[in-house]
Design a protein around this ligand. Sequence first.
Ligand code: BGC
Length: 885
Amino acid sequence: MQLINLKTLHMKNPLGIDLNPYFSWMMQSDEFNVVQTAYQIEVTDTEGKKVWDSGRLESDNISFIEYKGEALKSRELYVWRVAVWDNHGNTAIETAAFETALLSMNDWKASWVEPSMKRKPAEPGFGNQDPATMFRKEFSLSNDPVKARIYVTCHGVYRLTINGLRPDERELAPEHTVYEKYLCYQTYDITKFLNKGKNAIGMYVGDGWYFSQQSLPDIKELKHAHAILFQMEVTYANGTKEIICSDETVKAAYGPVVCSDLYGGERYDANLKKENWDLPGFYDEDWKSSVVADYGYQNLVAQIGEPVKRIMTLPARNVLISPNGEKIVDFGQVIAGRVKMHLNCQAGTRILLEHCEALDKDGNYFDNILGANGVGMGCEQRDEYISDGVECEYEPMFVFHGFRYVKVSGLDDVKAEDFVAVVLSSEKENTGTFFCSDDKLNRLYENTRWSQRSNMLSIPTDCPQREKAGWTGDILIYAKTAMLNEEMTAFLTRWLHNMTCDQDQYGIIPMVVPYNGSYPEMGKMVSLMHGNEGKGTSAGWGDAAVMVPYHMYEITGNTVILKQQYECMKKWCEYVIKQAGSRRGENSELPNEIEQYLWNTGFHYGEWLVPSLSGNGFGDMDGMQISMKETSKYTAPIFGWNSINHFAKIAMILGRYQDAEYFGRIAKKMKDAIQQGVINEKGEMPINLMGAYVLPIYFDLVPDKFKESFSDHLIEMIEKNNMRLDTGFLGTPYLLDALCKIGREDVAYKILWQEECPSWLYEVNNGATTVWESWYAFQKDGTPMKLSMNHYAFGCVDDWIFRYIGGISSDTPGYRHLVIQPRPDARVTSAKRTFMTEHGIVSCEWRRADNGEMKMEVMIPCNSTAAIILPDGKMREVGSGNYTF
Ligand code: BGC
């Protein structure tokens, strides 16, 4: 037996943490039925002093084990060692490490500095911003260091170099957060980059989320100006230490990045390059001085979660000459990222890149980006390079776009081999695979993975090309699937901590986190129009406060996040209860004892993008209004109840029994109110839509006497719609499960295999390489809509596919007890699904022969058990090991 995958805060050997760590590991063994019987963790500091010994604990817990030792010290490397005993008499020991960052504000000696150049306020659109700022500082070291760290952050997005070299490959640091309350700083090990004698530190700062108009942070104390903060701490062999900080000796200048807008794009003028600007000895007498700014350190947080990186490159597939004569490079795949190109052209040549996700039906360039945020801002995605006549590779530095195609202007000869697409994403570990006998389903799976990759870029976003915003509703419905694909724990933890920062005094969780750009104005306005105060939210969106942590708990058993988010969830639930109780729904004739438990007031997005109500996406504003109003009649009471009900469960899990009792009681009343006030006495929902029937069925809200009629009615609606779905954001994740629940797996499969619009395979048949925002993003004749082609939301169907075709699910939190039960229909003849649970990799591979016989190979990880349910209904309980059935 051996131990693998040791993690601290769910990251491998993290450098620079400031949260109380928790530990996890996995066991691997050749034997069957392996269970951990005991563990012991010891943590030692750099001097080898033991700061925690858990003692030997008889327990099978192998993850989210919180550190309970002495107070940790700043900038200290800790080694943790875990010993594990199993039920076969084996023992294994393994070690891992973590290093703390600066744990107290008093550790900060560096000053915030800004350039003395005045910036004009940025304007939206390509080219309307001031240049990116170069910062440099030279310093001398008396010797080669044996250890050197630098703690760095900025207002904007930065690229750090030490003596001209980047210490790591991260992009767009310091991440997208609620800057005034939560600004990440990064810790780098720069020991190898420093030398005795002269050294230089360079920071190139672009606009990023901090400045781009569409995402301007809602700040009061901070200023919209590029500013940097760095603190370098060097240790020499003799034990002496030295600190080098950002201060007024930092010099600043503008360079080749003439403007960088995260949305509009970047313009780079190679003639303005400053060769060797970040090396020692560079002449900077003509650079501007910088001034100290008093921004304090109270909002600084050591980064948790993986950095954004260039995770792969895709070669150009070909160059198209469109009927309009445009030169368009096709990368064959919709992505989030940017284009890298090889150039060899005359000085002064301007090469313009324009990005888009779809071509029009004739094959011409088509800008599929609707003005973001509904306020008609120009949202072209461009980059421009102005040549200095020197052959080079150019890739923009401070932007990313959503695209598959790029229109190239300014170059006579556009050759495919000169272009690659660089894919950007927060670099998380892959935790799942899926492959089956059906090519279309495989493509759907790939499309979802691509949409996940594109939209997990610093924060969970709706889409990478238009809003790049942390829409809460989108991740609410996709969180489970996301975690079945990638190691999401640290990434989502950071985002949830930011959600807490954005919660307002009423308990409102805004519709986007971070709450920035034009959303605050829009949110407040919408809120006021509907008689509410505060930031503005919606049922099914703000509920992410409860449901995202709950799904994290379901998939990984993470109770730490439940504790961390507890107050935030509770305040949200109190807000919902208050909303339900404070006003009567419009024209409501319900008695008060029912009415007060229904959340039926305020603004809501409703089910959102229900095909029959918003056919062509969201062009029809009147239709949208009606759709939001009408579908909210069931989404708000149900999602409100769902949050309260789950919060009561969470309180129970954490042993907060008073809360569990109180919220449990309210949830019960809300459920009764839905059964009497939303479902009418004839057993009808307020609006005759699939989603209206799916939600009560899925969430067990249908009174017994109406169970049959609800099921019949749902099936009837689907049949009338020619076996096509008619659900939006809040209905779709539950549709197939609701059908299985009423015993109609056959109908669930028909919807899955449906190829007419709206359906998942309609997208696949139409060449989708990602998941579309709306089922109608492309019309039948190939006409694209002004919609995002890259929204992960509807990719949530993969969660169902992994269970029904992949055959893997669990009936306990953290996938402790697995249920292996492929339930394919006739169309799939084989499948293989693997998933790395908290305990290790579970795998299920099955194949059905022509004679109907099915063979299944299963791998159950250590410390897990599984119920294997065979097609004939026979069940067998097994422990870890490999099995063939
Ligand atoms: C976003 C969505 C989001 C929605 C709110 C859109 O513009 O792209 O995905 O959830 O607004 O309803």
